[in-house]
Design a protein around this ligand. Structure first.
Ligand code: NAP
Ligand code: MN
Length: 242
């Protein structure tokens, strides 16, 4: 389905298109499309909500299928309930830079071992040697976290999940290895030698580190809102994954 077609259907029904200051952002595609839209409107998240129309299999962030267009247009007349999801953030104290994500934040080095000292709430936790770490939200638990053998976190639970990416383990060095699902107010601090060959991925975006030695990851106060015009079944979506 082309956006132009949906726009024409909506304008026939009295809606106006406003790409710079929208109240409602309609996304046609998959979960990846919604992630891109969220990042596009990152600095306006408190003024708008999202609704997704999926063109593939039912995603976690999409509510309507293409062939439900007519019923979606009907639904748009009613008042939606708003479902809020907290973002996760990575703060770089040396530069003052903050990155936000809905699914997850990853610190990753592909070709060289990345050695990270992990402190949680000020307590030293472990030294992770491997390809890096992934910290995901509840919403992100079904995304790359799942491929990293992280746990699926049920809807409605507000937690953070830390998993290591390809950890090195031998007689003299081991780490927790299991996914650590932690309280939402935990603060994860990572320290390392100056990181230059390290990428910080945040959802579909990435930032190449410039020699930073410190990253602080926590749940953000910023949230994204999804407009729900009808009941949402998490289990149906979960079943669609496999
Ligand atoms: P992308 O093509 O936009 O997405 C990759 C796949 O991840 C797509 O199938 C997408 O679903 C799915 N996905 C995204 N968010 C999800 C969620 N919360 N729950 C379940 N599935 C989800 O790829 P990208 O631009 O590189 O990265 C965007 C996101 O994709 C990242 O945040 C990452 O979590 C995820 N990703 C996953 C893997 C993996 O599982 N191995 C690899 C790369 C990236 P749709 O088809 O509905 O868009
Ligand atoms: Mn999909």
């Amino acid at each position: 389905m082309k956006a132009a077609y949906l726009i024409s259907l909506l304008s026939e029904r009295g809606w106006t298109e406003n790409r710079t200051n929208p109240d409602l952002v309609l996304c046609i595609g998959g979960d990846g499309t919604i992630l891109r839209a969220i990042h596009e409107y990152m600095d306006q998240l408190d003024q708008l909500s999202f609704i997704g129309i999926h063109t593939g299999t039912l995603g976690f962030f999409t509510d309507f299928t293409e062939d439900e267009l007519v019923s979606m247009l009907e639904c748009l007349k009613s008042k939606p309930s708003m479902e809020e999801y907290s973002l996760i953030e990575a703060f770089f104290p040396e530069t003052g830079n903050t990155l936000y994500a809905l699914n997850e934040i990853r610190l990753e080095s592909i070709s060289q071992t990345l050695s990270l000292d992990i402190t949680i709430d000020g307590d030293y936790f472990e030294k992770s040697n491997g390809s890096g770490i992934c910290v995901s939200t509840q919403a992100g638990s079904t995304a790359i976290n799942r491929s990293l053998n992280g746990a699926i976190i049920d809807e409605g639970l507000s937690v953070l999940q830390l998993v290591e990416i390809m950890p090195i383990a031998h007689r003299n060095h081991h780490t927790l290895r299991n996914p650590y699902v932690m309280r939402k107010d935990r603060v994860i601090e990572l320290r390392s030698e100056p990181m230059r060959e390290v990428i910080c991925s945040y959802d579909n975006l990435k930032y190449k580190l410039q020699g930073e030695t410190q990253v602080v990851i926590r749940l953000s106060e910023h949230r994204v809102r999804f407009a729900r015009f009808r009941p949402y079944s998490y289990l149906r979506r979960l079943k669609n994954l496999f």
